[in-house]
Design a protein around this ligand. Structure first.
Ligand code: G3H
Ligand code: 13P
Ligand code: NA
Ligand code: ZN
Length: 328
């Protein structure tokens, strides 16, 4: 059944677990997420970015999610719009049938330029107003994602800020978080604590100075009733990097957000954990390996089925680690 994000996150808070929110563009990702959720009886958040709508086309994306709900009627599913660049984008998603939207006013509508607090609060408050009027949940973001050491936003695929960021911009303060929640009335709050989008988050396994889980704890202490969201939370599995590189790929040494750090965040108010890159890496590794080992095969179903198996295992691992088992 289609549910609002607020319903799921309230349930997650009450039962002390966190939900992975996986990005979807295609059938194989959708199937992997749903089969994994079905296997461990977990609720689902699927999210589509502007890039996903451009790739699949809005009607295909909408029906992909509706098909998941039809095939797995016993699983609660949130259909969330990821990183809406403007109130207009959010409004169009609501018209498409999304039950939740993210207004990302941490950046201007170009999706690249860091915005002022006033701009962010104003556009987000506006989205909360029209979304809540029709039962749709809203996620906002305060702070700009980026690597606290290098000041890089990690925008290799065009997602995120451009240019160097300041340490203050990249680390959400308790004061800003509290003020923003009060000014906007968001259902969920994405904060910046040193993560960034994509595969290149950290040059070594992150320590507490570059991945500020301590800031999550501080914010949660001040805002115990606010559902916190971690973006850029792929773990970048070293096993998948090794497979990609073994079978003809070339991805340099890089590290993601360790699952155990996310679990620590979940103990302190994190209820939604955004993951896209990990499923991309798993499907790329599975395809590279299949192609290398079966050079005469040419039926896409053969190699795409391998991507479903690979992505499904990543989803199961996250559902179990985040405490979602049996919560559907
Ligand atoms: O917001 C970040 C997600 O990874 C979306 O990426 O815009 O390439 O679909 P995308
Ligand atoms: P990753 O690139 O770490 O998977 O993050 C995805 C994300 O935050 C989508 O909004
Ligand atoms: Na989002
Ligand atoms: Zn994100």
């Amino acid at each position: 059944a289609l549910v609002s994000m607020r319903q799921l996150l309230d349930h997650a808070a009450e039962h002390s677990y966190g939900l992975p929110a996986f990005n979807v563009n295609n059938l194989e990702q959708m199937r992997a997420i749903m089969e994994a959720a079905d296997q461990v009886n977990a609720p689902v958040i699927v999210q589509a970015s502007a890039g996903a709508r451009k790739y699949a086309g809005a009607p295909f994306l909408r029906h992909l999610i509706l098909a998941a709900i039809e095939e797995f009627p016993h699983i609660p599913v949130v259909m969330h719009q990821d990183h809406g660049a403007s109130p207009d984008v959010c409004q169009r998603s609501i018209q498409l049938g999304f039950s939740s939207v993210m207004m990302d006013g941490s950046l201007l509508a170009d999706g690249k330029t860091p915005a002022s607090y006033e701009y962010n609060a104003e556009v987000t408050r506006k989205v909360v107003e029209f979304s809540h009027a029709c039962g749709v949940s809203v996620e906002g973001e305060i702070g700009v994602l980026g690597n606290l050491e290098t000041g890089e936003a990690g925008e290799e695929d065009g997602v995120g800020a451009v240019g160097k960021l300041s340490h203050d911009q990249m680390l959400t303060s308790v004061e800003d978080a509290a003020r923003f929640v009060k000014d906007t009335g968001v259902d969920a709050l994405a904060i910046a604590i040193g993560t960034s989008h994509g595969a290149y988050k950290f040059t070594r396994k992150p320590t507490g100075d570059v991945l500020r889980i301590d800031r999550i704890k501080e914010i949660h202490e001040h805002l115990p009733n606010t559902h916190l969201v971690m973006h850029g939370s792929s773990s970048v599995p070293q096993e998948w990097l090794a497979i990609i590189n073994e079978f003809g790929g070339n991805i340099g040494e890089t590290y993601g957000v360790p699952v155990e750090e996310i679990v620590e965040g979940i103990k302190h108010g994190v209820r939604k954990v955004n993951i896209d890159t990990d499923l991309r890496l798993a499907s790329t590794g599975a395809i590279r390996q299949f192609m290398a080992e079966n050079p005469a095969e040419f039926d896409p179903r053969k190699y795409l089925a391998k991507t479903v198996t690979a992505m499904k295992q990543v989803c199961i691992d996250r559902y179990l680690a985040f405490g979602c088992e049996g919560q559907a």
